[in-house]
Design a protein around this ligand. Structure first.
Ligand SMILES: Cc1ncc(COP(=O)(O)O)c(C=O)c1O
Length: 396
């Protein structure tokens, strides 16, 4: 008899990924002729900056860009990032020692844990949250301390509430504002509090700033490096995915002082050989496409946000307009479990949303929509969700 190789203990600890089953089920529904509206992933239907597309086309015909990038990668990409960080946040970054080009920020968010966590260590992980934080922690054999983000603290992870025995073992704190999925934003004095906590306890602050450019109503998200003292303890992650509609291109970066950036870069030398340099060349073009391009793109998301808020309100949900991100985090009435609601919304109405419980128990009581399709489709999706809510719990 053939014995199945034995899985590791850490593998057994990984929960099911929230979106893992959706693409297959979506395909089946489409094959059955269902008019599916997919508001699941944070993955807009919009085009990247034209300059990025042209640069990639040109790069494909340039053999030198098709060779291994290694950790250093395409030097102009590093320089464009440093210039962008300076323009946008006033932060001065050494392009060689303080930047790590990434194959999308997700892998970096997970891989950084390998350099700072091990058995017995704790990472403070918000819940609900982007799953790479939990994944990186568990794959490093460390222990996640899950902190539920709820309205009670305006969805802020309050370090003062952590139990002393957790604090004593905390080596990493994961933080993401503007926040996916709750859409919360972090006040300046809060960020100062977190930086003080990490400094006091020698913890690495992993600051995920994937939505720094997707903000509305005059709100301008900060970099953690605008906070005094952050440079000693923080690493900040950025992504081209949301800012430039380049999700599938897999292009991002991390910024930190050389000791921290170098640690992540070293881990990566053992697991990848750098992003395709053609994509990095396209990244340069995207980063240089300028604030007008971003403003135009944000205007499209703003229109969608307002359409989604109006439509979900009209459909009977309680929603307030988020100041940033491409999401609505919508509370469900008491007694409506988020997973059952999302499953039935997909099966009975062809609308894909993410159940709060898919992000862990801390997300229960909510579902997330991404406003990634035009206003008319958002209105249609909201009307279908309202229909399901009105007939809850009866199944059709
Ligand atoms: C909070 C957050 N961080 C990071 C990412 C990852 O972005 P990417 O790996 O595409 O750069 C996402 C994507 O959805 C996200 O929501």
């Amino acid at each position: 008899m053939v014995r199945v190789p034995v899985f590791s203990q850490r593998f057994g600890l990984l929960p099911a990924y929230p979106l893992a089953h959706v693409p297959l089920r979506k395909r089946e529904l489409l094959q059955r002729g269902v008019d599916v509206i997919d508001l699941g992933a944070g993955d807009a239907d919009l085009a990247p900056p034209p300059g990025a597309v042209a640069a990639l086309r040109e790069a494909a015909a340039t053999p030198a860009l098709g060779r291994y990038g290694f950790g250093l990668g395409h030097m102009p990409y590093r320089e464009a990032i440093a210039a962008w960080m300076h323009r946008r946040f006033g932060t001065t970054v050494d392009p060689v020692t303080e930047l790590v080009p990434l194959l999308g920020s997700k892998e970096g968010l997970a891989h950084v844990a390998f350099a700072f966590l091990g058995p017995g260590d704790v990472a403070v992980v918000p819940e609900p949250a982007y799953q790479a934080y939990l994944g990186g922690t568990l794959l490093s054999d460390a222990t996640p301390h899950v902190y539920a983000l709820r309205p009670r603290t305006d969805f802020l992870l309050e370090p003062d509430e952590l139990p002393p025995e957790v604090v004593a073992r905390t080596r990493v704190v994961y933080l993401n504002y503007p926040n996916n999925p709750t859409t919360a934003v972090a006040p300046r004095d809060y960020l100062e509090r977190v930086v003080r906590f990490c400094r006091a306890h020698d913890a690495l602050l992993v600051y995920d700033n994937a939505y720094s450019e997707l903000a509305f109503d005059g709100y301008v998200p900060p970099s953690i490096f605008e906070v005094e003292g952050a440079r000693d303890v923080a690493i900040e992650f950025h992504s081209l995915s949301k800012t430039y509609n380049m999700t599938g291109w897999r292009c991002g970066w991390a910024v930190a002082k050389p000791e921290i950036a170098g640690a992540l870069a070293k881990v990566k030398t053992f697991v990848d050989t750098g992003a395709y340099m053609g994509i990095q060349a396209a990244g340069v073009a995207a980063l240089e496409s300028g604030s007008e391009w971003i403003a135009g793109n944000v205007a499209i998301f703003l229109e969608r946000r307002d359409a989604a808020v109006a439509a979900f309100r009209a459909a009977g949900f309680s929603v307030s307009p988020p100041r940033a991100t491409m999401y609505l985090w919508i509370p469900l009435p008491e007694g409506v479990p988020s997973k059952a609601f999302a499953d039935r919304l997909m099966e009975e109405e062809g609308v894909i949303v993410l159940p709060g419980a898919g992000f862990g128990a801390g997300g229960e009581g909510y579902f997330r929509i991404s406003f990634i399709v035009p206003p008319a489709r958002l209105a249609e999706a909201a009307a279908r969700a309202g229909r399901l809510l009105a007939r809850w719990p009866a199944a059709t």
